[in-house]
Design a protein around this ligand. Sequence first.
Ligand SMILES: [Fe+2]
Length: 370
Amino acid sequence: MFASFLFALLLSSSQAAPFLPTSSPLASTLSSLRGGAPLLQDSAFAELDEARDFLDECDGSCRAFPVTVSPLSPTGPTDRPMDASEWAGKNREALDKLLPQHGAVLLRGFRVPSEREFSEFVKALGYEEQPYLGGNAVRRVVADRVFTSNESPPSERIPFHHEMAQAPEFPSKVMFYCKEPSSEGGETPIVLSFEVCKVLREQFGELYERFKAEGVRYIRTMPEDDDAESALGRGWKSTYMVETREACEEEMRTAGTEWEWLENGDLKTTSKVLSAIRDVDGKEVFFNQVIAAFTGWNDKRNVSTKAIVFGESRETLPAAEMKKLIKKTDQLSVAFEWEQGDILVIDNRLAMHSRKPFVKPRVVLASLAR
Ligand SMILES: [Fe+2]
């Protein structure tokens, strides 16, 4: 659970923190930020027990994933926690530095009672909006720039993925807001993809080489209209934001996607070759939808093990190796229990997310930024 001690004296990360054990994630955060450090306004780093330390091989720093930030005081002049939007207005620069360093930032303890305040937070940050063009999941807009997270059945686990990694344009940031935690389960595990890539390179050499050399293609059959019963039930009209087959074909042609209209009106698509491994900020990252497609793209139209193939040969992926890689990915991941008002900002270029099964109710909303 969250240890709620805050370090009011640590207004600046350049200040010493002699009482912290040097191995703690918080100590790591502070040490990693000295020198050119972002100055948090009216807030401080906090401890999250579930966070894990990782070694940034680019500069040898040890960092916390995710890093947690909380308001300095639980009560202010108005006797209530600080609004998340107020924090956003003052700390955009700090967030811009923290995200590429840590991969994810958890904001905990701010006042975010509903989607309206989350929307204000998103707008106060001022990042450009990323439309959900080409995504798989059925979503509903609930406030300006805010929509439901994947509405797939609670009993299903959503496997690890980078948001819209298979789409021509993907968001650089994914923001989640917990309006109401579930009574059981429902965590949003996250994992650093350069750590996954390192394991892949060192322990699954042949698979790594094939991903790197060939890339992958995603194969998906979608209905005409949204099917809320399926985790990947987004229809082709909303996927491509079009009304007619002609307009849809135009979008697919532009994206280099191959297609086939099926007799029942469904559309079967095969993406162009997309890279499975990318370079981000000097790090080799397992940036793709490989795990999600291979394990999760199952419904009455799709079979997951056939939903992804190597790019050139179009051969299916080796099942036994993939199973082992997925297990390793789970071992590297971090899952924490949501608390009401939590906001998790993920650097979608560096970290994957997933969702554990849950017992209703659970309200976790999302926003995407370029
Ligand atoms: Fe997602």
